[in-house]
Design a protein around this ligand. Structure first.
Ligand code: SF4
Length: 70
């Protein structure tokens, strides 16, 4: 399964690209196509257990207090 934080963008602010570039939503940075291959869980990579960035991000989200609408 592809990492849910991997996306492809054709622009970055004012800058437009000729083709889509891989972008990590956790680090909020573009990643190399080679890195994106790995984020797509190639080569037996499992983002949930092998990516420290993913794990830290998910842990932080779990620790955030749930919004109280009362
Ligand atoms: S670096 Fe980690 S969190 Fe970012 S897209 Fe790749 S697998 Fe996902």
């Amino acid at each position: 399964m592809t990492c849910p934080y991997l996306e492809y963008r054709r622009s970055d602010g004012d800058q437009e690209f000729d083709h889509e570039r891989p972008y990590c939503g956790v680090t909020e940075e573009f990643v190399s196509p080679m890195k994106a291959d790995i984020c797509n869980d190639r080569f037996q990579f499992d983002h949930e257990s092998d990516c420290e960035l993913y794990k830290d991000h998910v842990e932080r989200l779990a620790e955030e207090p749930v919004a109280d609408d009362d």
